[in-house]
Design a protein. Structure first.
Length: 367
């Protein structure tokens, strides 16, 4: 029923946009006239390069947001109304991502309209509709990453430029921000192999119940790389939709399959569910835990050696990159690629105090 609801709502949204004068094709920048002389325009190579842009603690991102803003005119940027949508605000990574947009809005003075779908795919459609009705100049979205939203995205993006932080099949947006999600899985597999030192490893993968493309890629990357190591075996793959489900499915699996001695989680919430199950069963010395993303709880466990490895991508850096891409689009910067990859925006961290504190300072600079 939800899928039918999304299709129906997206159809209504497209109809309402058409009534208000929606045209097809790539969005027209709202702050840079389409007849701007080519000599006065920036090219993508003018605003990117090694060593340029902000440094969140692991090196300059390579994206010169300040130069784009200078070209647009700081006062013009202050006059912008930008919409940002997250799929849920219960996810720690998205909370930090959204908080960085609040900070960037304070720094550069644009009006921010921030909406959360609270994990509801139909509400994602409603939120996009709301941003259209609020006459935002551009939209940045962190959706649930399922292709049922593509119709609505395409209807909106024909009128208002959209930057997408999660690749969605069949969607037509101005720019998609991406990282190699499979590489995250590969890096974890390599770390598991290094820790195992040739001993047999039986892995339970724990994931979200919704088939989200970026999470699937993390699993696939781990499985593919694990096949390179004859001592690593993926014996269970479990899913859940909330902390209780992850706790219970982990308990059931660990009790029914005593050979499992390693858990790999696709992000922080299932990781904590699995860790809590391990703790309650008294298996902390027998089962190692690895995962993607980090928050205060998982970093504390990494510091104490209770989580063995974390692959961390910086949400603040991705938020900055999304804003850079949207302002490039609004300013009419030439040759902006359809996909911008964050090559230096993630790393693997090991279980010790110094690395946990290093990550903590970057993710939570005000704590």
């Amino acid at each position: 029923m939800k899928k039918l609801g999304i299709i129906a709502l997206s159809g209504l949204l497209c109809f309402s946009i058409l009534l208000s004068g929606c045209s097809s094709g790539k969005p027209v920048p709202s702050t840079a006239p389409s007849d701007q002389p080519a000599a006065d325009k920036l090219s993508y190579s003018d605003v990117t390069g090694e060593g340029v842009g902000v440094d969140y603690g692991f090196g300059a991102l390579g994206f010169d947001l300040e130069k784009v803003i200078e070209h647009m005119g700081p006062e013009n940027v202050k006059g912008l109304k930008l919409g940002v949508m997250v799929s849920q605000q219960s996810n720690n990574w998205q909370i930090m991502w959204a908080d960085e947009f609040r900070r960037l809005a304070d720094v550069y003075g644009f009006e921010l309209v921030l909406l959360s779908a609270d994990g509801d795919m139909i509400k994602e459609v409603d939120n996009l509709n709301s941003l259209v009705n609020q006459d935002v100049d551009g939209i940045i979205i962190y959706p649930q990453g399922v292709d049922s939203l593509s119709q609505t995205i395409n209807a909106v993006s024909s009128r208002i430029p959209i930057v997408n932080a999660i690749p969605i099949p069949n969607s037509n947006v101005a720019v998609t921000i991406n990282v190699d999600q499979k590489d995250k899985g590969r890096m974890i597999a390599d770390h598991v192999a290094e820790d195992a030192n040739g001993e047999e490893v039986n892995v339970m993968i724990i994931d979200w119940s919704t088939d989200m493309a970026i999470l699937r890629d993390r699993v696939d990357g781990f499985v593919e790389q694990a096949e390179q190591y004859p001592n690593i075996h993926v014996v269970e793959e479990k899913r859940g939709g909330n902390s209780d489900e992850w706790l219970n499915v982990s308990k059931e699996t660990l009790l029914s399959n005593e050979g499992v001695n390693c858990v790999v989680a696709t992000y922080t919430e299932p990781m904590m569910g699995a860790y809590n199950a391990i703790q309650q069963l008294g298996l902390e010395d027998e089962v190692k835990v690895y995962g993607v993303d980090a928050d205060e709880a998982t970093l504390a466990l990494l510091r104490d050696g209770k989580i063995n490895g974390l692959h961390v991508q910086w949400p603040q850096a991705q938020a900055y990159t999304c804003l850079f891409a949207l302002l490039c689009t609004l300013d009419g910067v030439e040759d902006v690629p359809e996909t911008i990859y964050e090559a230096e925006n993630y790393a693997m961290f090991y279980a010790d105090e110094s690395t946990a504190d290093q990550v903590m300072k970057i993710l939570y600079p005000n704590v």
